[in-house]
Design a protein around this ligand. Sequence first.
Ligand SMILES: [Zn+2]
Length: 251
Amino acid sequence: MPVDLVKRTAKLLRYQRQIMLDGWNEQTQEKLKESRVFIAGVGGLGCPVALNLAVAGVGHITLCDADVVDITNLNRQFLHKEVNIGVDKTRSARDTLAKLNSEVLFETVSRKIVSETVDELVGDADIIIDCLDNFAARFVLNQYMVEKGTPMVHGAVWGMEGRVSFFDPPLTPCLACLFPQSPALEKDVPVLGGVTSAVGSMQAIEAINYLAGPGPTLGGRMLIMDYSAMRFQDLEVSRNPECPVCGSFDR
Ligand SMILES: [Zn+2]
């Protein structure tokens, strides 16, 4: 076997089982390696999203979160260890992720997402993953992604319920089409680690579908999962022509 082929095969060995998937090949893996993902929030959703994208070989991952690790995070935010209580979540997560896949470049941004800085923070990401727990920052990201044409995978959890969708106007609605105003949210909502793991994993799969696979599958759809009854709904969602963010938008 030629030396370069041996080297290439060895490099791809860790991804062998996913390269075997229908529609996948070495080029698919290369696309993932070249991809840049911005993960907004490294909490209950951000941890499974980052973990799944890192082990799948997404080449460049930005972790954005302004918080530090708190003991009440540990029932679900599994990238953070007990010894990292008080440490920036981005640094704590990166330390764990770097040991899982040393081939991935991780960038950490320990800052809040506000309209003045969102452009600088997201940079040239190919896709944004919304793993936030508040609508103020979500609306900032939503406005940004509509203006920039950067798609966003939305995820949310409240108690035993989770939601996932893919936004990329004008092909799909944006967040503001569905939520013109922020729903009333309490600061500390009930949440179970298994639910955030499941929802975050779905967000990661959707991002991989977009970056390397058949394309996004949740555009114009909102999956609503009730894990207390294990009942899942698949709702069609459409653009609001009066949407204050994307209503007049076309490209
Ligand atoms: Zn909209």
